[in-house]
Design a protein around this ligand. Structure first.
Ligand code: ARG
Ligand code: ZN
Length: 494
């Protein structure tokens, strides 16, 4: 059933191949129909972050935490500071897919720090400076541990400048059985970073709870184009190469940082409320706009009625080859050339509210992102083809879920982070909530939720509390059944 495939194709069939990387050998192994889950989900190994003992002399030096305590990804993120801005300057050699880069991080210390960490995997560091002076650092697995001379005083703003080069490592996405990250195809290079790939191409505080603004300065040989998040503010002609300067002035989680390099043509149109829509098509499309992209403006208006005002001042898609799915990169969604369906356009658009602006506080809360985006697909089906069509769609997905093992989607573990249950059952949570509270109250819940958490992070508990507060109902039973229990509940009548 096409509809079934569509509501999920985004995530599981994505197999980008890299000429040299192991991904080249992995055909799309996991698909919605082959994905199996059982009630026995393997426990994740929550490795305790290593702690360094105090010096042999004197009191221990104040060190920023080496983890933000994410239950699934304990080595993502670091404490002791808050990143304000990333300035990422990269020159890319498209032949080797290697980069030569300087990333400057502006951050504010929230405690006095003798030492602090950044997340950074692979690549070779050639220099590291704090506030313009060489700083001592060591590499410990996926961490860069930095000890600037004299430390950093609580409340101070500081900069870290890291120069580095090499070809980024791929990341393993267990739930899809394939590798992602910095991907090279015959048509170009692009990054699929969710959930833990940002640290493979720029040093960062790589956890969704530390959002920051970004500037990207990407240099590529002519005639290639480089695209990233936000606004293209400048294109500098260097003779044989060009530097594309992109600036994102809304705060963004690191996993949403995008970079795409290839031969592209840009198309602009106007969305509602003066929002700029700019889409990037490979030049091989000869300017033929995918029909699916034509729903963008209408879907923006439609979803804004349900969710609240569109969070950003611009939006659009960039089409990439060999990716079977899509990714909701902030202001510029990545669309696989085999994923050009309007359900997916609506799904990635909905993520701009849910996932990008209102971001789950930990990877465990992923249903707050994928379930909401799937629910937007249900709403879109109803909008286009009526309530019966929507109910058919949901029943179809419910049937498909019945034939695979169940688990509580409040704790999908890393192995099912992007599994079908997170998406479909996640969408059904909101469908069941709609049946219980009605459309008007549900809209009020969404609007208030967006108003409170836009540009920030949220937990499942916070969503539940808000839903109860706005509806004035005790929703314990509903959320227990749909989110916290293993068994798959029956769909609401009607
Ligand atoms: N968040 C994406 C979406 O639903 C799915 C990404 C899964 N793949 C990945 N490499 N993280 O559109
Ligand atoms: Zn999604």
């Amino acid at each position: 059933m096409r509809r079934l495939a569509l509501a999920t194709s985004l995530l599981l069939v994505s197999a980008a191949c890299s000429d040299a990387g192991p991904a080249a050998t992995s055909a799309p192994t996991a698909t919605a129909t082959t994905a199996t889950t059982t009630t026995a989900i393997p426990a994740t190994t929550a490795a305790e972050p290593t702690t360094t003992g105090p010096d042999s002399t004197g009191p221990p030096e104040p060190a920023g935490a080496q983890s933000l305590g994410d239950p699934y990804f304990p080595d993502l993120g670091n404490g002791g500071y808050d990143v304000i801005h990333y300035d990422i300057e990269i020159t890319v050699d498209p032949e080797s897919a290697a980069l030569d880069a300087v990333t400057t991080i502006t951050a504010v210390a929230d405690e006095t720090l003798a030492t602090f960490n950044l997340d950074f995997v692979g690549l070779e560091v050639s220099s590291l400076m704090v506030d313009g002076s060489d700083a001592e650092y060591v590499r410990q697995g996926p961490e860069l541990r930095i000890s600037p001379d004299g430390g950093i005083v609580a409340g101070e703003e500081f900069t870290v400048t890291v120069a580095y080069s090499g070809r980024p490592q791929l990341i393993n996405l267990i739930s899809a059985g394939v590798q992602f990250g910095w991907l090279q195809t015959p048509e170009g290079i692009y990054v699929v970073a969710e959930p833990d790939g940002a640290r493979t191409w720029f040093p960062s505080n790589d956890h969704p709870t530390d959002k920051a603004t970004f500037t990207f300065r990407i240099t590529v040989p002519k005639p290639l184009t480089a695209a990233a998040n936000g606004a293209l503010v400048e294109t500098i002609d260097n003779g044989d190469s060009q530097t594309f300067v992109w600036d994102l002035d809304s705060r963004m989680a690191t996993f949403l940082a995008t970079l795409v390099i290839g031969e592209y043509e840009r198309f602009e149109s106007e969305g509602p409320e003066g929002i700029l829509i700019r889409d990037y098509l490979p030049t091989s499309f000869n300017g033929k706009m995918p029909a699916a992209f034509e729903v963008t403006a209408e879907a923006m208006v439609f979803l804004a009625e349900w969710f609240g005002p569109f969070p950003f001042d611009r939006y659009g898609h960039i089409v990439v080859y060999e990716l079977g799915g899509a990714l909701e990169n902030q202001t510029l969604s990545l669309m696989g050339s085999r994923a050009l369906f309007d359900e997916i356009v609506v799904h990635e658009l909905a993520h701009q509210w849910w996932g990008d602006s209102v971001t789950p506080a930990s990877w465990q809360d992923i249903w707050l992102s994928e379930g909401f985006a799937t629910f937007a697909e249900f709403l879109w089906t109803e909008h286009l083809r009526g309530e019966d069509a929507m109910n058919d769609q949901i029943e179809g997905l419910h049937g498909a879920l019945q034939s695979i093992g169940h688990f509580a989607i409040s704790d999908p573990r890393e192995s099912q982070l992007f599994g079908p249950a997170v998406y479909w059952r996640g969408g059904m949570v909101l469908h069941a909530l709609r049946a219980q509270v009605g459309d008007e109250v549900l809209k009020e819940i969404f609007h208030t939720y967006f108003e409170i958490y836009a540009d920030g992070n949220v937990t499942t508990r916070e969503f539940i509390d808000l839903a109860e507060e706005i509806s004035g109902q005790d929703l314990t039973e509903l959320f227990d059944a749909w989110l916290f229990a293993v068994a798959l509940p029956d769909l609401p009548d009607g």
